[in-house]
Design a protein around this ligand. Structure first.
Ligand code: ADP
Ligand code: ZN
Length: 286
């Protein structure tokens, strides 16, 4: 069997699967993310029940993915203080001496969508989630892209529209994509939750424009075959045609992509992408 851990800020999902039955999950549990001292024993006792051969971990970040670093496997500068500079991989490894794939939650989701979801059959794909924040993963030639660290493609700079006076709410950058286009940014502008906003509201045009700018930048940087969007905000399916139209206009025909309707698409695995991707990453280790 193979195992997966999807560690999020509010809950940690652990799952096991039969290697031959992927993407079917055999068993799973969801544990509230409290302190490491409280949460880790629950993770360990879950996996103790199964003959697990490898584990894929997709964690909230930022995390250290540099194998040459002395803090490889650590959650680093997170606002969740109990988890800051915590050796997450080391703690799991101390319980189970197995092969591990250690990466971010969004990289795991990107891999899941590529293996079993909306980016299936693509060798190069991008996954972006637009929710409380914006994060994404890049798959190049079938592999999760990581360099000295993991990319942070939700924080790229955006050319702000003159018609949009909002100053952005990322504490690090005023006009990055996350600060301008994540759910809370929509909420500040609208004075109500994004999910309550009418589909015809002009704010969606602004939202689509910024997401289209991001797609152009990702396309120019990584030449993917497909860009997959997930996250709560993207449940507004009327955004897709708006993003596709803006994308074509902004790219200006400079680079060839497949038809835009199949180039910028919604995710298929939804809440399962991270866990399925982590399982698939574990499976590749065997
Ligand atoms: P998280 O990012 O915390 O994992 P979500 O992906 O659900 O969780 O993102 C939450 C954000 O998405 C909130 O800002 C919320 O207002 C927004 N959101 C959730 N559902 C919808 C929806 N159906 N339409 C528009 N925005 C939504
Ligand atoms: Zn930012």
């Amino acid at each position: 069997m193979i195992g997966a851990i999807e560690a999020g800020g509010t809950k940690i999902v652990c799952a096991v699967a039969d290697r031959k039955e992927l993407p079917r999950v055999a068993e799973r549990i969801s544990i509230p993310t409290r302190t490491p001292e409280e949460t880790l024993p629950k993770i360990v006792s879950f996996f103790k029940q199964y003959p697990v051969e490898a584990i894929g971990i997709g964690s909230f970040g930022p995390i250290d993915v540099n194998q040459d670093s002395s803090t490889y496997g650590f959650i680093t500068n997170t606002p969740k203080l109990a988890w800051r500079n915590f050796d997450f991989l080391g703690a799991i490894r101390a319980a189970f001496d197995l092969p591990y794939f250690w990466t971010t939650d969004v990289n795991a989701a990107a891999f899941g969508e590529q293996q079993y979801g909306a980016a299936r059959f693509a060798k190069n794909s991008i996954y972006i989630t637009v929710g409380t924040g914006i994060g994404g993963g890049v798959i190049l030639n079938g592999k999760v892209m990581e360099g000295r660290g993991h990319p942070e493609i939700g924080h790229i700079y955006i050319n702000q529209l003159a018609s949009d006076p909002f100053e952005g709410n990322c504490p690090y950058h005023s006009n990055c994509l996350e600060g301008l286009a994540a759910g809370p940014a929509i909420e500040v502008r609208a004075g109500q939750k994004a999910e309550q906003l009418n589909a015809t509201d002009a704010l969606w045009q602004i939202e689509a424009h910024y997401l289209a700018q991001a797609c152009v930048n990702y396309t120019l940087s990584f030449a993917p075959e497909v860009i997959v969007f997930g996250g709560g905000v993207m449940k507004q399916t009327h955004l897709f045609p708006l993003i596709q139209e803006q994308f074509q206009m902004l790219l200006g025909g400079y680079m060839e992509t497949t038809a835009v309707e199949s180039f910028i698409v919604p995710c298929k695995l939804r809440d399962n992408a991270g866990i399925v991707g982590s399982l698939a990453l574990a499976e590749q280790l065997i």
